[in-house]
Every structure is written in structure tokens, then in C-alpha cells.
Design a protein around this ligand. Sequence first.
Ligand code: AHR
Length: 656
Amino acid sequence: MRKLIFSFFLLFSALTLHAQQHNMVIQADQIGAQIQPTMYGLFFEDINYGADGGLYAELVKNRSFEFPQNLMGWVTFGNVKLMNDGPFERNPHYVRLGNSGHGHKHTGLENEGFFGIGVKKGAEYRFSVWARGQKQRIRVELIKNSTMEENQVFAARDLEIDSKEWKKYEITLRSNLTEPKAHLRIFLTSGGTLDLEHISLFPVDTWMGRENGLRKDLVQALYDIKPGVFRFPGGCIVEGTDLETRYNWKNTVGPIENRPLNENRWHYTFTHRFFPDYFQSYGLGFYEFFLLSEDIGAEPLPILNCGLACQFQNGNPEAHVAVCDLEPYIQDAIDLIEFANGDTSTTWGKLRADMGHPEPFNLKFLGIGNEQWGKEYPERLKPFVEALRKAHPEIKIVGSSGPNSEGDQFEYLWPEMKKLEVDLVDEHFYRPEAWFLNSGMRYDSYDRNGPKVFAGEYACHGRGKKWNHFNAALMEAAFMTNLERNADIVHMATYAPLFAHVEGWQWRPDMIWFDNLRSVRTCSYYVQQLYALNKGTNVVPLNMDGKPVAGVEGQDGLFASAVWDAESGCYIVKVINTSNKPQPVELSFAGLGKKESLADGTITTFHSDNPDLDNTVDNPTAIIPVESKITIEGNTLKTEVGAKSFAMYKFKKIKK
Ligand code: AHR
């Protein structure tokens, strides 16, 4: 028994008190592969109410009365009729308000917004409507949710309608209250008949103050990552529930009033939860996506449908476009390049100019197909590649390796992508913690002569619960040393999904959560940001006992990578300790010239004592990276990396 206790004591001491020191050597004189400016980016999909109800700042749900239940999201009172011969061909429905008759004080309607309408005290809201009616007047109000006992009006304006022809009217409302779940109420205050269409409410204070704009706090979070690439519009929505409902970029450009509504494939989750009011207004369309890419300094990467509807949902070959009928889909791709880059004298280039952007968007990358699989995919991709190479050899084409990180389909598709000579292959991996821990060497053995890698969707789905807890983010940070070390072949990486409304999510974890007024940057966000803001310009070899530090045997759960940043003249070393014990680590910068040295630098630590903790909208800064100064003696730093910690060291190279 005593012996047993003693052995336990020895084991305990070994694990805690005397953890072995690890010596990591950074070859400071071996400035290696260039890290692409596109390396760390963002992937946007309209899932979890990411667009309508999220990033797209429109506050009115079903503004054009085109949901299949035309009045969904609205409550009407008095004498309201639904009509369908309105001024916008592709959105023909509108409402006719008439004399309220007996028993009703007013005729009007009330919109519930997306989980309510979030308004802030003192902030201004731009109300606009297309209307027809002579000498009519409406009152427009922001009110407390009408299900509450007493309605409370906290903004109200009258609007005169002065024409019997359809015309756009606009007024601004200022809210005297902060309320996450307001409603918009409109009612007739004159006698007579009035038609209303495309009823819209936006905060005036959108990102860059744009009308038809985006939610400022959410774009700010994207901007603060300084992403290198922006992939859009999805995901499964590119494929659609069926081809009819695939994302069709041509329907998303031009005047917003005439962009037809589309079903959102995410109105059904994989676990069969149903969101009957989840549609795409396309108010956030391809023009807005290109503009956003430009605003946040990222290369736009649109993904187009390759003639396959979502293969998870459509086993029947008839559900897809026959290879011989792909021509219109290929033309869509060619036209998109014209829309983004074409001269303003071209059809699509002119539309871009008419929409407000005569300068080209400088599109360089185009993805064909999302998570496709089987021979159906390469046989459809082939004619796209042939046509695009001919018409636009300057565009880099992104193909797909299917929905899994390994396995039959993955093994089949990679060689097919090589045969087709696509430029990048989009890999997806939503995997558990163990996968992330064991994949630290994934890209070390990849063929350097084929297409480059785009890790287009990934996230650690850890501990049986798909939450954004700290430990999942730590696993991602550990795995990302592998992306960084292999930056010669990994040219892009984007975490997924990006956004989720706390009341309307279909998928988790996600990078940024929000409600109607607040948003929160998750631990995974901070990991992405630490990498993106500190990606450097070149890989530098970092070894421990002659091996890359990638969580392999004998490395005690440590992961590390190093880069040189030519712009700031700094070495940046990222060390992730995934184990439960603090670990002494020595960082030696080898190969510096006789007259070179390192200045004292900084250490940024990202850690939580509770690996199950996450940031929430109520407590958004529970876990954030903390930066402090650190002293280095000579070219060696003796340090300790805390248990379950991400530590990032930055030292400037100086002349002695
Ligand atoms: O990111 C959520 C979904 O995951 C994407 O729509 C799809 O590409 C993948 O299956």
C-alpha cells in the first residue's frame, strides 16, 4: 500500500512540480515560405439568421409580403387586403388599407421584426415605404411588443402620401427608449384607400452609414480581424434544398425592391427543427458582399452552384442538372466575373456601375461547388474549368474535397481535383477535440506540386456539446500551428459558421453570436484574430528535439509555430499548451548574426481556468487575450506556458 502511495506521489510530482522543460529552437536565419495575404479569412453563410435578422440591418421581416404565407410577421387590423399586382414584377404583393368600418378604430398593420426589433434610445431609424394614394396620411410608430399589457409608443411620425402613382417615401424616427423587442406599427389616419409595398426600417447608423446597410457592430467584428479572404454566400445555401432554391446571384443584384425572395435551406436543420419564417430577401446580395469584402480589406471569394442541388437532400440524379445542360450555370460564372471586374460598357459591369461602384472589385478567386461528392462533381466541374480557363485564365478556381476531412470521398476527390488542375481545394472539417489534437501534422505530408489548400470550413465540436467553450477554441489554436507551418501549401483558412442569432440558430458553435442589440466575440473569434493579426510574412522553422511541435508523442500536448514578419521586423512564436499542467519551455532563436539581437517584446496570453467557460452576450469579455511586456536575455527566453493556454511571443530583431 505504501509503495502504491509513493508511486502516486512520484507520478503527481512528475506531472505537476517537475514538468520536463522543452527546448524549442527557432531557426531565425531561415526565412521560409511566404504566408499568403489570404491566409486567415472569413466565411459567411446565411445560416442562424446570419443575413436577414443579422448582418443585414433591415428590421422588418417579410417587408414585401412575399413569404408563402404573405402576412407572416405581420398582424393586421381594420380593413387590410392583400393585393398582387404591385409595381415590382418579381415581388408583386402589397397591402391595401381601407376604411376601417364599424368596430375598428383604425386600419393598419404591425410587424414583429426578427425576434422583435432592436432599437436604442436616442438612435435614429429610417422608415421607407412605397405607397400609392391621394391625400392620405399614415402614422408610423415604434411600440412595445403588442403582446404586453399596454402598448407603449416610443417613436411616432406622420407621413403624408401625396400621389396616386407608386412612389417611395421616407421619414426618420428617433427612439426614446432602448428595447430589444419593439414592433413597427403603421396605421391610416385619413379616410380613404392607401396601398403600401416594401415597408422597411433600418438604423440610420449602419456600417459606413449606408442605406440598405449592414449592422455596424457585426461588421466591426469582421473588420477587426483584418481578414485576408471573404468567402460567400455559403455553404449549403449555394446548393439549395433543390435547384429551384439554390443561391442564384443574378437574383441578388439590381434594385432591392425587385430582388425575388428565396427560401433559406436552413429553415430545416439536420436535426429536423423547423424555422417557418427563414427566407432570403437577397437585400444582402452579391453587390453588397463585394462591397463588404472591399470594406474589410479581404479578397472576395464567391462560391457558385455547379449544377448539383444539396446532395444530402437529393439522392435522385434527376434532382441535378445534367452535364449536357450546364451551359447557363457556366454562363452565370462568366457573367459574375464581368459583374465584378468588367468594364462599365459591358452588361454586367454597367449594372455594377449603376449600383454605385464603377471601379472593378478585382475578383481573383471563384469557387465552383460547395460540399459536393461522387463522380457527379468532377464531371460537372470539368466543363466549368475548361470554359473559365479559356475566358478568364487570370481567375483562380477553387474545387471541393467534399464534406469530410478524410475517408473514401475525400480520397477520391483530391486526385480528381489534381487532374482538373484547380488552383485550390476547399476542405471541410467539423471534428471533435481528439481529431484536432491528433491532426497537428496533417499538412506536413501533402503533395507540394498539386493544388493549394483552402481549409474552408472548420471548427472544433468538442466534449459532446457543440458550444463555443474555451477548450474548443484552444484545440483550434493548436491545430492552426499546422496551417501556419505549412503556409507554403495552405493558402486560406476560414472558421465556420460565422454568425448566429441567440434566438434563431440552427448550427453551433459559431464565431460571433448576437441578439437584436448586442453581439459577442467567442473564444474561437479571438483565436482567429490572434492568428490573423499576427500571421507574419514568412514561415520560420521551429523544432523541438528535431521535430515540429505538433502534439506528437513525447511533446506533452504542446503545439507551436513561428513566423517572421518583414513589415514589423518581428519574430512571432505561438505556443499552445493543451495539457492540464503548466510547462517550462525554452525558446532559442538560433542563427541570428553576430551583430543582431532581439529586443524585449510582448507575450499575449489567452487562457481560462475553466475550459468549459465561454463568452456570452451577457458576459462578452469573460475570456479575452491579455498582452504584457516580456524580457528576453540574449537570444533565449525561459518561460512557462500555463496549463490550457495559448501564449504568443513577439520579439523585434534589432542591431546590437
Ligand atoms: O457551416 C454550416 C454548413 O456546414 C455549411 O452550409 C456546409 O457547407 C457544411 O455542411
